[in-house]
Ligand binder design. Structure first.
Ligand code: GLN
Length: 385
């Protein structure tokens, strides 16, 4: 008998994001751990997908996605991201943004290639790079500003560096990368002739009049960038698993080929559903959603401050990192379990987002839940000893 597990995934363990959901269910807590986003989806999205199912629009699509969705996405990329793309050659619809990232890693890189990754990072980026037999090099950013400098990037560059992973707005810190920071990254990519993979899944979740900027719009970046996003967060359909990658044809082609061998295509009725809804929804929908999430952010930050669990104020996305050192634990897993067992609120241990020790005093709370649940969770945190 072999040991069943392939060497490629020998390092892999169940993520704490998932683990904490299971633990939360066990104790019947409020889940501010995994970013489930159990909020109502826009009726336009639900009705158009239901129509597509009832109309039996259910056969495979091209692996790059149904033409209606690619068309809608090309319009969205032009209007929202400032990127003119060819929907036939430069876009692949995938199984979530996670699927897009995996297809990019497997389609574009060789074993031994090195990636640069900002820490705190999203664990699925880190683990997908490793599962692709590539090596992530962490560039640790310091709170509360999480500033990115050229010196830091140079310090981690090696001859084997092939790409940098960018995520803005950032899961878990809520940082929204400024134009200056993106210019630092762009200059670094151009000078070393490396690729960028940018995960912009939280692009509509930016607060306090900040602006989401797509890295691919910076000079010289379009030809070397894979831009990833999806619908999970924007339409609160995390379980539909619909995302996409935008890239020039030489990069989009391999991403599409890997998407095909793994998945053939994303679920077609859901693709049709999102395509029609994108045409029906006005800018108002996205504006209102960001305003509602800004209120949620303020509500959780206020509660965390009152609970003496100092939050790092997020500028975007829907997570907040909080300093839980006053609880007196050496390890964030123990702190998160204490918060769940004693307070009835699930979070994700900070160490899940760090390779270094820096996450030990942190936990991440997700605030993509209804206001009354969030207030109840805030009250519970404040009564936590
Ligand atoms: N992106 C979400 C999070 O960070 C969900 C991830 C997941 O369930 N794998 O919590």
């Amino acid at each position: 008998m072999n040991d069943a597990r392939s060497d490629r995934i020998d390092f892999l363990e169940q993520s704490y994001i998932r683990h904490m959901s299971r633990e939360c269910e066990r104790v019947g807590g409020i889940n501010l751990g995994q970013g489930l986003c159990p909020l109502p989806s826009p009726p336009e999205v639900l009705e158009s997908a239901s129509d597509a199912i009832l109309e039996d629009r259910s056969t495979y699509s091209p692996y790059e996605g149904v033409p209606e969705l690619r068309e809608a996405l090309a319009n969205k990329m032009a209007d929202h991201n400032g990127l003119e793309i060819d929907p036939d050659e430069e876009l692949v619809v995938t199984i979530g943004a996670t699927g897009a990232f995996a297809c990019a890693v497997h389609g574009l890189f060789d074993p031994g290639d090195e990636f640069m990754l900002f820490e705190p990072y999203y664990g699925y980026h880190y683990n997908t790079i490793r599962a692709g037999e590539c090596t992530p090099h962490m560039v640790t950013l310091e709170p509360p500003e999480w500033t990115i400098t050229r010196d830091q990037l140079e310090a981690h560059y090696t001859e084997a560096t092939e790409a940098i992973v960018v995520n803005t707005p950032v899961n878990p810190s809520g940082q929204v990368l400024s134009r200056d920071e993106l210019e630092v990254i762009a200059g670094f990519c151009r000078d070393h002739d490396i690729l960028a993979i940018t995960d912009e899944i939280y692009e509509y979740f930016v607060y306090d009049e900040r602006e989401h900027i797509s890295l691919a719009t910076l000079p010289g970046m379009r030809e070397r960038t894979v831009t990833i996003s999806g619908f999970s967060k924007t339409f609160a359909i995390t379980g539909w698993r619909l995302g996409y990658a935008v890239a020039p044809p030489r990069l989009a082609d391999p991403v599409g080929l890997v998407d095909d061998i793994h998945y053939v295509c994303a679920p077609t009725p859901l693709q049709h559903g999102v395509a029609r809804a994108m045409d029906e929804l006005s800018d108002d929908y996205y504006r209102k959603m960001a305003a509602e999430f800004q209120e949620r952010r303020d509500s959780i930050c206020e509660a965390l401050e009152a609970a003496d669990l100092a939050p790092y104020h997020p500028e975007g996305a829907y997570y907040v990192l909080a300093d839980v050192s006053r609880l007196g634990f050496d390890d964030s897993v123990d702190a998160a379990m204490h918060i769940l067992e004693e307070g009835g609120v699930a979070s994700v241990p900070g160490t899940s987002f760090y390779h270094s020790e820096s996450g030990r005093d942190l936990v991440r709370f997700c605030y993509a839940v209804e206001g009354d649940k969030l207030r109840e969770a805030g009250d519970r945190l404040q009564s936590l000893a």
